[in-house]
Design a protein around this ligand. Structure first.
Ligand code: HEC
Length: 127
């Protein structure tokens, strides 16, 4: 097969493109948070009611029925302390949980999209 100069140039062009794509990908904000649709509060509400409300309470004050039995009280999302946290911080807590606390990691149980949706809903509660 004759390799023309043109073919070699194309080859270089494509491999350079691939390499820079990989680099760009690894630079992008943690890809586990990548979601191709914007967070949805309504979906977040459904997730919250199903998984979180028992501890965090209907209005997010940490006064759900399950909270009574806990040694570490659930976070009250309406407190300034929570309000001031960034979405990223809340996401990290949801994803990894809090050590020595009933707040376990939700990774595996919730999808990335659901975690982002539930953060959007927590924002609604903390307003
Ligand atoms: C078994 C009870 C329980 C359940 C269920 C639960 N949490 Fe928690 N959560 C806690 C407790 C307790 C804390 C406080 C941990 C600490 O501060 O040590 C907490 C803390 C948090 C925080 C950190 C808030 C802050 O200000 O740093 C977030 C965010 C959170 N929970 C979100 C969720 C979400 C979302 C769900 C549902 C998917 C959920 N939690 C389900 C008990 C629970």
């Amino acid at each position: 097969m004759p390799t023309t100069r043109r073919q070699i140039l194309w080859h270089r062009f494509f491999s350079a493109g691939l390499v820079s794509l990989c680099i760009l990908n690894s630079l992008a904000i943690p890809s586990s948070y990548a979601q191709d649709y914007p967070p949805d509060r309504e979906r977040g509400k459904a997730v919250f009611e199903h998984y979180c409300q028992n501890c965090h309470g209907k209005t997010g004050r940490g006064d759900g029925p399950g909270a009574v039995a806990l040694k570490v009280p659930p976070a009250n999302f309406q407190r300034f302390q929570s309000f001031l946290k960034s979405d990223e911080e809340l996401l990290r807590t949801i994803e990894h949980g809090v050590v020595f606390s009933p707040m376990h990691s939700w990774r595996g149980q919730l999808t990335d999209g659901e975690m982002q949706d539930v953060v959007a809903y927590i924002r609604v509660l903390s307003q």
